[in-house]
Design a protein around this ligand. Structure first.
Ligand code: IPM
Ligand code: MG
Length: 372
């Protein structure tokens, strides 16, 4: 039997707690996995000036998949202040390791299933089952940003865009520019991934989220490509929604939605709403999927105030581990983990604080492991 090699990246804060919990479940599922720990997180920013050290990048090149916990991030000034003294004043800038990882390894699909497990007291409605496909490498996350804005850039924009006129005379430090960059290739492959998923899993509908009525160039491109791709999947219903409107409609008529596909930022926003409808951050799981590598994580952050308290709900991370098993082709083990999670939720005996109980992170993990 092939042993899959897994990079194990707990990160910091509650990332450590929930990773320990996921490991209890994976061990109980008895899948042939080999784990290699990777350094990542705030500690390495402070000590080394890089939260995502080169050795961890190398590790990721050598594995089949990775599990990632969570990482603390702080605004620029606070980040600089926490650097060890010899690294201060060197112009080091903190950039989210997970965003870098997604781009560096071209993990272009952010797959976020949001399923209401029966009996979860936090479900907005029973029976909800959305799947979000969020583009994961481009858009407003491109990192092409200017603050202050260089004179050369403002000259080009003045020459190229009438709409830039109101900003043309501003001093560079009086405004900032973040570029939303969307490519044909990037848009095509995420929309195709959503339709392929719908076809394979007999899902009835794909809804593309956009704001093409205002953001004409980039969202216009995304929508045009989505319409084009949709033609190749006549058995799947195609639907379009403005990002603002769908925030209302998702709450109003949640059963009208099935598979959702969005550019990076709208996908980020909409996936938090979808997660909340099926129990909140304790249930939001996520896969960052590329052609060669995939990294699985809970959608929540590192919640530093709960560090080491074993308080937060590990189900999001356990479900992320289940997604990893699926991706590795361990579909039987994945199904067993999901059934175990569903059974524990249904029984309502073991509940973490978010679910109105007092069980710990590890109580929850052991309860799921016991069902295996
Ligand atoms: C997410 C998170 C990240 C994002 C943060 C932590 C950079 O919100 O995975 O949804 O914005 O993508
Ligand atoms: Mg987010």
């Amino acid at each position: 039997m092939k042993r899959h090699r897994i990079a194990w990246l707990p990160g910091d804060g509650v990332g450590v707690d929930v990773s320990e919990a996921a490991r209890i479940v994976l061990d109980a599922a008895k899948v042939p996995l080999e784990y290699v720990h990777g350094d990542i997180g705030w500690e390495f920013w402070c000590k080394e000036g890089d939260a995502f050290p080169q050795r961890t990048i190398e590790l990721l090149k050598s594995v089949d998949a990775a599990m990632f916990g969570a990482i603390t991030s702080k605004p620029a000034k606070a980040a600089e202040a926490e650097l060890c003294p010899e690294l201060r004043g060197r112009g080091l800038t903190y950039r989210s390791p997970i965003v870098r990882m997604r781009q560096m390894f071209d993990l272009y699909i952010s797959l976020r299933p949001c399923k209401a497990y029966a009996g979860n007291p936090l479900n907005y409605k029973e029976g909800l089952d959305f799947v979000m496909f969020r583009e994961n490498t481009e858009d407003l996350y491109s990192g092409v940003e200017f603050s202050p804005v260089p004179k050369e850039l403002s000259q080009v924009l003045t020459a190229q865009s009438k709409a830039f006129a109101p900003f043309a005379k501003l001093e560079g430090d009086q405004y900032a520019v973040s570029c939303k960059v969307n490519t044909r290739r990037g848009s095509e492959r995420i929309v195709r991934a959503a339709f392929e998923f719908a076809r394979k899993n007999k899902r009835k509908k794909v809804t593309v989220i956009h704001k093409a009525n205002v953001v004409r160039a980039t969202d216009g491109l995304f929508l045009e490509i989505a319409r084009e791709v949709a033609k190749g999947y006549p058995e799947v219903q195609f639907d379009e929604a403005n990002v603002d409107a769908i925030m209302m409609w998702l709450l109003k008529n949640p059963f009208n939605y099935d598979v959702l596909v969005a550019p990076n930022l709208y996908g980020d926003i909409a996936s938090d709403l979808c997660a909340q409808m099926v129990g909140g951050l304790g249930f939001g799981c996520s896969g960052n999927i590329g052609e060669k590598l995939a990294v699985f994580e809970p959608t929540h952050g590192s919640a530093p105030k709960y560090t080491g308290q074993y308080k937060v709900n590990p189900i999001a991370t356990i479900l992320a581990a289940k997604m990893m098993l699926e991706w590795l082709g361990e579909t039987d083990a994945a199904a067993r983990v999901e059934s175990a999670v569903a059974a524990v939720i249904k029984e309502q005996k073991v509940r973490t604080y978010d679910m109105g109980g007092a069980s710990t992170t590890l109580d929850m993990a052991r309860a799921v492991a016991d069902k295996l």
